[in-house]
Design a protein around this ligand. Structure first.
Ligand SMILES: C=C(O[C@@H]1C=C(C(=O)O)C=C[C@H]1O)C(=O)O
Length: 187
């Protein structure tokens, strides 16, 4: 898999909606994945032999308009979650500086360890609301799909979750790539 960190950030401005505002959620298997409150890492690990986190980039950046209204800057981490070498999820996490400072060594030394191992390893982080998006990727995300040889024949479904810690919040967005949707819908 040839992906470059030179294009980081890959994320794009997406309209996230509360699930009850979505006219038609996808058929059941995928909706169960979108709405699941458990660790996505744990769920993914149970569907593969080899699970891998490919870090596309990390760094301080300005969130997109409306992406994180209370923050003009945030620590961003974008990864691909790969099952037996196949990229299933593009994940983009935004962490405000005030939260990063409290857990700096944990977040900045994650590397290729999944963020879920930190968020679900104790009750320090509380999972919050889930929002859903349904979109056609453009710009760098579309180019990333092409480089992964995953043709986007239908819109992508994604979800983002809020995790709170000591009165602060971080946001984790996860977009299911075409290969993942195909395999989930066969389950
Ligand atoms: C939040 C979780 O962590 C996963 C791992 C991520 C990472 O390593 O950056 C990002 C999003 C998640 O899919 C989880 O497992 O639920």
């Amino acid at each position: 898999m040839s992906v470059t960190k030179l294009s980081f950030p890959y994320g794009e401005s997406i309209q996230w909606l509360s699930p009850d505002k979505i006219d038609q959620l996808p058929k059941s298997p995928l909706t169960n994945w979108l709405m699941s409150n458990e660790s996505l890492t744990q769920k993914l690990r149970s569907h593969c032999v080899e699970f891998e986190v490919v870090v596309l980039g990390e760094g301080n950046l300005a969130p997109f308009n409306g992406e994180f209204p209370s923050q003009s800057q945030a620590w961003a981490r974008e990864v691909l979650l790969c099952l037996d070498g196949i990229p299933w999820v593009f994940a983009r996490t935004l962490i405000p500086g005030s939260l990063l400072q409290q857990k700096e060594s944990d977040f900045l030394t994650l590397g290729t360890r999944p963020l879920g191992e930190l968020l679900f390893s104790s009750d320090e982080f509380s999972p919050g609301k889930i929002e859903i998006a349904h979109f056609t990727p453009c710009h760098k995300l579309a180019n990333l799909m092409t480089s992964l040889k995953q043709n986007v024949e239908q819109e992508l479904w994604g979800r983002r979750r809020y995790f709170s810690y000591n009165g602060e919040e971080l946001i984790v967005s996860e977009t299911f790539l075409p290969a993942a949707r195909r395999l989930i819908e066969e389950m």
